[in-house]
Design a protein around this ligand. Structure first.
Ligand code: ADP
Length: 319
């Protein structure tokens, strides 16, 4: 029997556990023996590698995070530690890896493949949805649903108390979470790093709406914008004349019960990854494209700067 392992690297997302569960079940179904590598590349260097059983993945499909842990590893960027990682894989006869992570993780694996011939398939996993070459990254839908529920709750209190709420979402330099959340939560304002703005441009419209009876405002701002959300709240108070509050959603966006969509995507990503490794795919990332799933090279994924869909950005004007 051939051996295949899975690990999580970089930021965790909700959807990793369903992926781990399907990995074990599908590996056995395809005649492979599945292994877990705990705590990312650190665990690979430390030889925290264990054979996976059906029992290990019982009852995890509804849980956020990752049962096998995730980590960043400075040591994996050094050749001598990658050599130790290769020795550890050899002791378990593992020559195929499925990696849930971001473009940094895939770049590391590509170096590893070129040095030691360990085949891998990357599965894009980040709530930021900022990986080039794929329309979707595991965990995004769950994060969006958590944001949606939070905004709905904040709207209740905003309306009752006649306040403006400035709500900060994650996303690093990518405004995807903020933009989709604004469009699907009826926000009045959305600020993202990809689009320059001047708060003055909104003053006349918002003051007019206040005069016409608007009781509250919802502003969604991405963490990557140039201003602190408290400055936006201050602007609401001073320029629009409405009491305001700031809510930074933070890490709640990364956890929670995986949505149906993320469970399904986990299933599809993993099936394609294992099929690819059993076929002719040696060092690729399985991407979700407008025309279906496709294997892409590291250069196409990690070598290209991510750009937010311009059609989506243009929706901002309609808020
Ligand atoms: P992400 O996968 O979310 O983009 P990072 O960029 O932090 O996260 O990368 C995750 C891990 O991948 C790093 O901690 C490091 O161990 C490994 N890695 C990233 N780039 C390289 C590289 N060029 N060579 C070797 N390992 C790398």
């Amino acid at each position: 029997m051939k051996n295949i392992a899975i690990l999580c690297s970089g930021g965790d997302v909700s959807g990793m556990n369903p992926a781990i569960k399907h990995f074990v079940e599908y590996a056995y179904a395809r005649g492979l023996t599945p292994y877990f590598i705990y705590d990312g590349y650190e665990g690979l260097i430390e030889n925290r590698i264990e054979k996976a059983t059906y029992q290990d993945v019982a009852g995890i499909i509804n849980r956020g995070g990752t049962k096998i842990g995730s980590a960043r590893s400075k040591r994996f960027t050094q050749k001598e530690f990658r050599a130790i990682a290769k020795q550890n894989l050899d002791t378990h006869n593992i020559d195929m890896l499925v990696v849930l992570g971001g473009d940094g993780s895939f770049r590391g694996l590509d170096v590893f493949y070129k040095e030691h011939g360990i085949k891998f398939c990357g599965i894009p996993s980040t709530i930021d949805n900022d990986i080039s070459g794929t329309e979707y990254c595991l965990g995004v839908d769950t994060a969006l649903n958590i944001i949606k529920n939070s905004i709905d709750a904040l709207r209740d209190t905003a309306a009752s108390f006649s306040r403006a709420f400035v709500i900060e979402t994650m996303g690093r330099d990518c405004g995807y979470l903020a933009l989709i959340s604004a469009l699907t939560s009826g926000a009045e304002l959305c600020l993202i790093p990809e689009v320059d703005y001047n708060l003055k441009d909104f003053e006349e419209k918002f003051k007019r709406q206040r005069a016409q009876g608007r009781k509250y405002f919802i502003a969604i701002v991405s963490e990557g914008i140039k201003q602190d959300p408290r400055e936006i709240a201050q602007w609401f108070e001073e320029s629009i004349g409405i009491e305001s509050r700031v809510t930074i959603l933070g890490h709640v966006q990364r956890g929670g019960n995986p949505t149906t969509y993320d469970r399904l995507m986990a299933y599809k990503f993993v099936s394609h990854a294992i099929n690819g490794l059993l076929g002719d795919k040696t060092n690729s990332v399985i991407c979700c494209t407008k025309s279906g799933f496709a294997f892409k090279s590291i250069e196409e994924v990690a070598g290209v700067k991510h750009r937010l869909d311009t059609e989506l950005i243009s929706c901002l004007e309609m808020l």
